[in-house]
Design a binder for this molecule. Structure first.
Ligand SMILES: Nc1ncnc2c1ncn2[C@@H]1O[C@H](COP(=O)(O)OP(=O)(O)OP(=O)(O)O)[C@@H](O)[C@H]1O
Ligand code: SF4
Ligand SMILES: [Mg+2]
Length: 369
């Protein structure tokens, strides 16, 4: 983690709205999202399935299918370039080169019919104009860096000859070869078992420190961002429910949905099959309630929640919450018990295997990571 910075953000998303066309009109999958991303910082975007996490980042990558998607409002600025209106040629220069994305399934990015050496070398040859020999050397070096044993030999193997965790490392190597300024990791560890998951997150953290990248880490599991993120956005049904420094969201969670996600974090002393899940399901984008989208699942709900979307309250310059029941949530006894458990588990997950604190939460203020 770097010291507080007054440097301008690398990436700034402002009041972003992304809609999809359905039979009976356009509906928002992302509705009024704003954040800033700074070099060397990590933003965690957390929410259940369908909350708009991937759509947000596909918009940043210029990969939304338009139509059916459209961006009726908002801005995504990468340095001085407005990405929502950038040409395909401009986006192609930025994508995979200055902003890279790794996905849950490495096979989204890897071609099963090509040796990985060829796939990695092509990335470098394309963006850095290196000759074949030097591109291969760069690829071997990066494979070694991400922990592939015998990289010089394994570079001539096909993706299916690697285990799931090793394939994820290969994909990370491929995405980092051009030393991107921003790395978007969309559920990078969801398909992996817990031990491999921890190794991949450690690897991302080390590479970030080494390369100074800004990272957006997307996940449905708040536990995954606990030891990684400086800033956290909790999304539900396309809207920001709570947003703040990681310290604020973990130590003073103030939205009922954030409490539900915290309660769902696997406990070290609990079997996986007994994991808590928030009762009910998120709404489809064309069936959102007119008021607070979380209302049908919220134990704090009252009539006013059904009338109109709740206003956003600023609890600090960096901590914002969209809920009208802040006092009741703060006084809730269940929340008190949850905070005690979260404090110890977050402290544990914020420690690297070496025992050194990794990414300790900072007191930095500001609207983003
Ligand atoms: N191509 C599309 N056409 C229509 N609707 C879409 C399309 N892509 C996404 N959506 C809708 O946008 C909403 C947000 O989807 P998104 O993929 O961003 O969710 P997510 O938070 O990434 O979920 P998950 O955890 O399942 O990956 C969903 O309701 C989804 O149905
Ligand atoms: S605004 Fe109402 S329904 Fe929404 S989270 Fe707050 S209390 Fe629950
Ligand atoms: Mg997704």
């Amino acid at each position: 983690m770097t010291a507080p910075t007054a440097a301008p953000p690398i990436l700034e998303v402002r009041d972003l709205v992304v809609e999809f066309r359905h039979d009976h009109g356009h509906f928002a999958a992302v509705d009024g999202l704003s954040y800033q991303l700074h070099a060397g910082r990590t933003l965690g975007i957390v929410g259940e399935s369908g909350s708009g996490k991937s759509v947000t980042n596909l918009a940043v990558m210029g990969l939304l299918p338009r139509p059916p998607a459209r961006i009726p409002r908002g801005s995504i600025r990468f340095h001085d370039t407005e990405l929502t209106t950038a040409s395909e040629a401009t986006l192609r220069k930025i994508r995979g080169n200055r902003i890279a994305m790794i996905f849950q399934d490495p096979m989204t990015s890897l071609n099963p019919y090509l040796k990985i050496g060829r796939q990695l070398s092509e990335v470098v040859e394309l963006h850095q104009k290196l000759d074949k020999r030097r591109a291969r050397d760069a690829a071997v070096h990066m494979l070694e860096r991400v922990g592939i044993p015998s990289a010089a030999e394994r570079i001539d193997q096909y993706p299916h000859q690697f285990s799931g965790g090793m394939r994820q490392r290969v994909m990370i190597a491929m995405m980092l070869l051009n030393r991107p300024e921003v790395l978007i990791a969309d559920e990078p560890t969801t398909a992996l078992d817990v031990t491999i998951q921890a190794q991949i997150l450690d690897l991302l953290r080390d590479l970030q420190a080494e390369l100074g990248m800004a990272v957006t880490l997307i996940t449905h599991d708040l536990g995954v961002v606990a030891g990684m993120a400086d800033h956290v956005i909790v999304m539900y049904a396309g809207r920001v429910m709570e947003q703040g420094l990681a310290t604020e969201v973990f130590h003073n969670p103030s939205h009922p949905y954030t409490l539900g996600l915290l309660q769902s974090i696997p406990r070290a002393d609990q079997k996986v099959e007994r994991l808590y899940t928030i009762p009910g399901r998120p709404p489809e984008i064309d069936r959102k309630p007119p008021g607070c989208p979380f209302e049908p699942r919220c134990r704090f709900a009252r009539d006013a929640c059904r009338a109109a979307p709740p206003p956003v309250s600023q609890l600090s310059t960096s901590h914002a919450v969209a809920c009208i029941a802040l006092d009741e949530v703060a006084a809730d006894a269940q929340r008190g018990a949850l905070l005690a458990r979260v404090a110890s588990e977050v402290a544990a997950s914020a420690r690297a295997p070496s025992g050194q604190p990794a990414n300790p939460p900072t007191d930095r203020q500001g609207g983003g990571a």
